[in-house]
Design a protein around this ligand. Structure first.
Ligand SMILES: Nc1nc2c(c(=O)[nH]1)N=C([C@H](O)[C@H](O)COP(=O)(O)OP(=O)(O)OP(=O)(O)O)CN2
Length: 132
């Protein structure tokens, strides 16, 4: 398996509902580092998994509406705990759609999977991987 991985980050605020979250039920901030991995069994005729520049662009596009936002106030996330896991799936959905639209410099159908990893601190991260 081959992979190309690109990284970006966002600064957000949010709060969670549920006693499980203890102090994180209050509004708190975080800087998330996001790694998006694009996996394929083989390289294309250009010798790549996908184009790194286009992958970076797609990641920036999905993160831009989140950056410097209080996620509690983003209408799309109303009533949702915007956990690290939830956000991996949200970002994956956008990147998978970009791949399906062949916007990453490789036909989406030729990619095996996309994995989105979010490091929410230097000691904790979550990831979501799924086929396109
Ligand atoms: N499965 C998840 N658990 C938690 C998430 C998450 O996204 N997914 N997020 C948080 C908080 O947002 C924050 O990142 C950490 O909160 P906090 O309670 O302050 O810290 P910890 O849980 O790491 O440790 P404590 O010893 O309870 O302070 C929480 N959990």
């Amino acid at each position: 398996m081959f992979a190309v991985e690109v990284r970006d980050h966002v600064m957000i605020a949010h709060s969670f509902k549920g006693e499980l979250f203890g102090p994180a039920q209050a509004l708190h901030g975080a800087t998330f580092v996001i790694d998006a991995s694009f996996l394929s069994e083989d390289l294309d005729e250009n010798g790549v998994v996908i184009d790194i520049g286009r992958a970076h662009e797609a990641l920036k596009e999905v993160l831009a509406p989140l950056n410097y936002k209080n996620l509690d106030e983003v209408p799309e996330f109303a009533g949702i705990n915007t956990t690290t896991e939830f956000l991996t799936k949200h970002i994956h959905g956008y990147l998978a759609e970009a791949a399906r639209q062949d916007r990453l410099g490789r036909k989406g159908g030729e990619l095996a999977a996309i994995r989105v990893t979010i490091s929410e601190s230097h000691v904790a991260r979550a990831w979501h991987e799924a086929k396109i």
